[in-house]
Design a protein around this ligand. Structure first.
Ligand SMILES: [Zn+2]
Length: 316
């Protein structure tokens, strides 16, 4: 009996050592980010629904890549060089083809700071015509966030601005080898720098932060512009949408309409508050509240949205 127990202990002890070593190996060799192939050749990693505060780890946005017959396009590179490197390593598990394009859907830090991982001779960076300026304007602010929450020193908060620029209401097509993708830029909406990427082969639209599913949508541009851009997207002939945050969806019209309903409600209630001479704080406490159960991180983000739109709408 004693002997049995001893063996039992030894067996389990060695098993746990094995598991510990194995998991350390996995951890050390990375990548720690997982991907889902949402359509043939389209791989998406979903970031976590966390705010940019002390919980921020740089991995909160959806990032991923599209594989053609000759090359690969990366779409959004994550919030840090670390995430960019993990993305680069992960791509190699699925394809040996070269990364030819890195496309940023917009300026926000959780989507752009992995760009530096992909700098190379034959790599073009694609973005909205306003993106280089917007990156430069936010550089110091983003460096402070990366230092404070990610512990990344400023010389490793590396911005890589796009060299291929798309103007609002224009599209450019890029061929990955028997696979064309269409990058379209928009006027001010979520930000001043929004582009979408349409994979024409599978009719999949990568919407960036023009679509949030689950997480409260963010207005860092203009609420009227955002509502109008959604109307344009609703007319597209597509089958699936990959949001900037949240789960990719084939019920994409419903998802955009849910987002647009929130914006219309917010617009109307903020307008009414301004007409009634209500101040900003009272408006933050009251406007949009009937949407609070429909979205994650609602209180903080709804307040920020009102902060953004209230001063603009006061002048209308
Ligand atoms: Zn964003």
């Amino acid at each position: 009996m004693i002997r049995y127990r001893k063996n039992f202990f030894l067996k389990h002890y060695s098993l746990s050592i094995f598991l510990l070593t194995f998991s350390m190996f996995i951890f050390a060799s990375g990548p720690s980010i997982d991907f889902e192939e949402v359509a043939p050749g389209i791989f998406v990693h979903q970031g976590e629904h966390l705010d940019v505060d002390e919980t921020y780890h740089g991995d909160i946005a959806n990032i991923g890549f599209i594989v053609g017959e000759e090359s690969i396009a990366v779409i959004d590179s994550g919030g840090s060089l670390k995430i960019g490197n993990e993305l680069k390593t992960a791509i190699r598990k699925f394809s040996k083809l070269p990364v030819r394009y890195v496309i940023n859907t917009h300026v926000h830090l959780d989507h752009i700071y992995g760009n530096a991982s992909f700098v190379g001779e034959n790599v073009d960076f694609i973005g909205h015509v306003e993106l280089p300026k917007a990156m430069a304007l936010r550089k110091e602010f983003y460096e402070r966030i990366n230092l404070e929450f990610l512990d990344v020193p400023n010389d490793q908060s590396i911005q890589v601005a796009p060299n291929i620029l798309i103007k609002p209401n224009e599209s450019k097509i890029f061929d990955l080898g028997n696979r064309k993708i269409k990058v379209t830029a928009f006027s001010i909406a979520h930000t001043k720098t929004d582009v979408t990427i349409e994979d024409m082969k599978t009719k999949t639209l990568w919407a960036g932060d023009l679509l949030f599913t689950e997480r409260t949508p963010v207005i860092d541009g203009d609420i009227h512009g955002f509502i109008a851009v959604i109307d344009k997207i609703l007319m597209l002939d597509i089958e699936q949408v990959i949001p900037g945050h949240g789960t990719p969806t084939k019920k994409w019209k419903e998802a955009f309409l849910k987002e647009q309903d929130y914006f219309k409600l917010l617009r109307d209630e903020v307008r009414l508050a301004i007409d009634n001479d209500q101040d900003l704080q009272l408006t933050i406490d009251t406007a949009g509240q009937s949407e609070s159960k429909k979205w994650e991180l609602f209180d903080i983000q709804n307040a920020r949205n009102i902060n953004q739109i209230f001063p603009i709408m006061e002048w209308e």
